[in-house]
Design a protein around this ligand. Structure first.
Ligand code: BGC
Length: 752
């Protein structure tokens, strides 16, 4: 009762004219508003809204309004590849189709943060003009194995790439005055049993691999929000982990924004608020009651509630909805379509190109094989999907580029029974793509009457489920047989075969990559995908994408696969303690991706950083100079080939021998040229600070970099060393951090 009277008093302020004025939220009166809020209202602000607010249908979530204090509900929308809302809204004649941009993996493979920032700008404009406030993106978990169902949303197996790309994306989106939510914090690298699984990870691997990218994005781009993940970490749900959400994120990294939970139901609320979440999504009445009860019984202090409420109000006052922005419903979709077309070509990776098969020469008539050629997969499923107005499939892209697609073959594919169901998602879930087995005779007829064969192999994946090894990572028998028959028939006629990979993730390539003449990894390239592929095939664009992950020979070569749920083995069950379902041991420690393959000398199919171009580049002698807090480097890159193109230079560092085992070398920086004309050079600059040279010593709970000589490489890929230099660190570096997030059991990490 007393509380309510106080709140009422605070509600009325006396204005200059002597009349009482109503208190409403302003950017500079948050403390006053907090005093005016009742406990029930505070709980309301910390728990997500349950009905679609402000007519934005299909948005993933919202905060709850408190109209009496002028606090609006703000809208949270997925997701990484573009705004995900319903394209039509009842009673509204406008449509809300959003641009489907390339998936995260494709963006990262551009190695071009400037371009990714431009994509962010465009997506942010759609967030703003479609009436939303915060974009639930980017996804930036580490691609620990090729089998995670959500890898397509993520950037890389390497935290420097993931963090740099996420920072660029966040800056771009937020330049529109709307927010982002970097997700899923942290270690959400498997989908099987994702809301329960306990990821058991050493402190070192956490600091160096899983937290590093988030640290970079937080420090560089200051995202408005961070999304705490579904999974457990070392015995505790990340959402309930104060060491993670407060000690590391806020105290160590200085994060000032809001933390919201991933869309979890059925968990207690107050411990998650204590841990450091400011907003519980998607929000339930019981959660509000739980907060109120626990304040009343003293388990949750009002101080913590007020801190979280202030953070929420700080988020709300920045939002377009609070500022009364009148969204137009008409973002520049035309410009964004052009941007997605260009971006996706830059993320595509040319894996094979024997005898300069590409760009195509003297090719007019094309036999287009593969169900996904006709129903191109533009993006992944689940919250990473976008409701796009259209998708340019490969058939249309090639036709637009002036090539003629064989009609009979097209008719055969389009009459394929259940054609659409074979390649489309079903209720947002992953579905298998069944390849059409074209007869050998029909393929031979094709080879006789056309100039070239293109065979697209497609894969789809998404939330809630991991990939299988058979029929997903590995080719299906039908795909293998088709590839064999196509190559035999076309090669017998002296004609070539190009394979297009249309997927968001790594597949097996070693057993078949020598058969076709060219292989292009097109990823899931967004709504203009068919045009983008055609731009590369015809040479309108020179490919400059490089892999941000390793393609192993066999999936079992990836050490983390020993500790990963294989074969969708997850079944809901009362049984607990199931390895790789209820808990997953990260026995590979820091040896994730290339850190394993290069250190343990294990051959791969395609290396981290690999990708071909239609031109060639020469690297000059590099210069490495000590700077105030590390070193600066530069190297000139010259286009020595016949066509214009871009090159990415990757800077790797090998540390001197010290107390800790270390990867042979680690990526510390990268830079990409602008389009270099034949004969043109550009000098690329790099900076590496001492902190980023450091490894994490668990015994000392400290980042440490040895004094002494560091070898510095300038590579075209991790396996293609072009120039070397060295840097001498004049004195040992150490930075102590909190001794938190210890595994709750011992893990036998692999050692080189
Ligand atoms: C996903 C998040 C997404 C949220 C809202 C969750 O299931 O894990 O990435 O942002 O749903 O749609």
């Amino acid at each position: 009762m007393k509380f309510r009277i106080l709140a009422l008093e605070a509600l009325l302020m006396v204005g200059a004219n002597g009349y009482a004025q109503q208190l409403t939220l302003k950017a500079d009166n948050i403390d006053q508003i907090v005093k005016a809020l009742t406990l029930e209202e505070k709980a309301h602000l910390l728990v997500g809204g349950r009905t679609p607010a402000n007519n934005i249908i299909g948005a993933a979530g919202a905060t709850q309004a408190i109209p009496r204090l002028g606090i609006p509900s703000i809208i949270l929308t997925d997701g990484p590849a573009g705004v995900r809302i319903s394209p039509t809204h009842k009673g509204d004649s406008r449509t809300y189709y959003a641009t489907g941009f390339p998936v995260g993996t494709a963006l990262a493979c551009t190695w071009n943060p400037e371009l990714v920032e431009n994509v962010g700008k465009a997506i942010g404009e759609e967030v703003l003009e479609y009436g939303c406030d915060v974009l639930l993106a980017p996804g930036m978990n580490i691609q620990r194995t090729p089998l995670c169902g959500r890898n397509f949303e993520y950037y890389s197996e390497d935290p420097i790439v993931a963090g740099t790309m996420a920072a660029a994306y966040v800056k771009g989106v937020q330049s529109n005055g709307v927010g982002t939510s970097i997700k899923h914090f942290v270690a959400n690298s498997q989908e099987t049993n994702r809301t329960e699984v306990d990821e058991v990870i050493s402190q070192r691997a956490l600091r160096e691999i899983y937290l590093k990218g988030f640290e970079l994005a937080v420090k560089e781009a200051n995202p408005w929000t961070v999304m705490s993940s579904y999974n457990r970490l070392n015995g505790v749900w990340t959402q309930s982990s104060q060491p993670l959400l407060t000690t590391i994120l806020r105290d160590e990294w200085g994060y000032k924004g809001a933390v919201m939970t991933d869309w979890t139901g059925g968990r207690t609320s107050y411990d998650r608020i204590i841990a450091g979440n400011d907003l519980l999504e998607p929000g339930y009445n019981e959660q509000e009651q739980d907060l109120i009860d626990n304040v009343k019984n003293g388990k949750l202090s009002m101080d913590i509630v007020d801190t979280r409420v202030k953070t929420m109000l700080g988020l709300i006052v920045k939002s377009p909805r609070f500022k009364g922005y009148k969204y137009s419903g008409t973002p520049d979709l035309k410009a964004h379509a052009a941007l997605t077309r260009q971006t996706s070509t830059e993320g595509m990776v040319l894996l094979e190109n024997r005898d300069q098969t590409l760009p195509l020469k003297d090719v007019k008539r094309v036999s287009l094989f593969g169900v996904t050629s006709y129903n191109f997969i533009a993006g992944g499923t689940g919250s990473g999907d976008v409701n796009k107005a259209y998708v340019v499939d490969l058939k249309s892209g090639l036709t637009n580029a002036g090539l003629t697609i064989d009609n009979d073959l097209q008719a055969l594919y389009e009459s394929y029974k259940d054609f659409n169901e074979r390649v489309r998602k079903v209720n947002g879930r992953w579905v298998r793509t069944d390849e059409l087995r074209v007869s050998r005779q029909a393929i031979e007829r094709q080879a006789a009457s056309n100039d070239l064969a293109i065979f697209t192999i497609g894969r789809q994946a998404g939330e809630g489920r991991d990939r299988t090894i058979d029929n997903d990572f590995n080719l299906t028998n039908d795909e293998r047989d088709m590839l064999n028959d196509i190559c035999n028939a076309f090669h017998a006629q002296g004609k070539r075969v190009v394979v297009i990979l249309n997927m968001g993730n790594v597949i097996e390539t070693a057993s078949w990559k020598a058969m076709p003449d060219a292989v292009l990894m097109a990823w899931q390239p967004g709504q203009e995908g068919g045009n983008s592929v055609a731009d590369i095939l015809t040479g309108k664009q020179n490919p400059s994408g490089k892999l941000t992950m390793t393609f192993p020979i066999m999936v079992s070569d990836v050490p983390a696969v020993n500790n990963f749920p294989i074969g969708n083995s997850f079944r809901s069950s009362n049984e607990k303690g199931r390895r790789n379902i209820d808990y997953t041991l990260h026995e590979e420690g820091i040896y994730v991706g290339y850190r394993y393959f290069s250190t343990f000398n294990k051959p791969v199919s395609y290396s981290f950083g690999y990708g071909l171009s239609y031109t060639t580049f020469a690297y000059s002698k590099p210069i490495v100079k000590a700077s105030k807090n590390g070193f600066d480097a530069n190297i000139a890159v010259k286009n020595t080939g016949g066509v214009a193109g871009k090159e990415t230079v990757q800077l790797y560092v090998s540390a001197p021998k010290g107390t800790l085992d270390r990867p042979t070398k680690e990526l510390k920086a990268f830079a990409k040229t602008h389009v270099l004309q034949p004969g043109e050079s550009q000098t690329l600059q790099f900076h590496v600070d001492t902190y980023s040279l450091a490894s994490f010593n668990e015994q000392a709970s400290a980042w440490q970099a040895e004094k002494g000589k560091y070898e510095v490489e300038f590579d075209a890929s991790i396996a293609d060393i072009r120039a070397t230099a060295s840097y001498t660190n004049p004195k040992a570096f150490a930075q102590q951090v909190n001794d938190v997030l210890k595994p709750d059991r011992s893990i036998s990490d692999i050692k080189p």
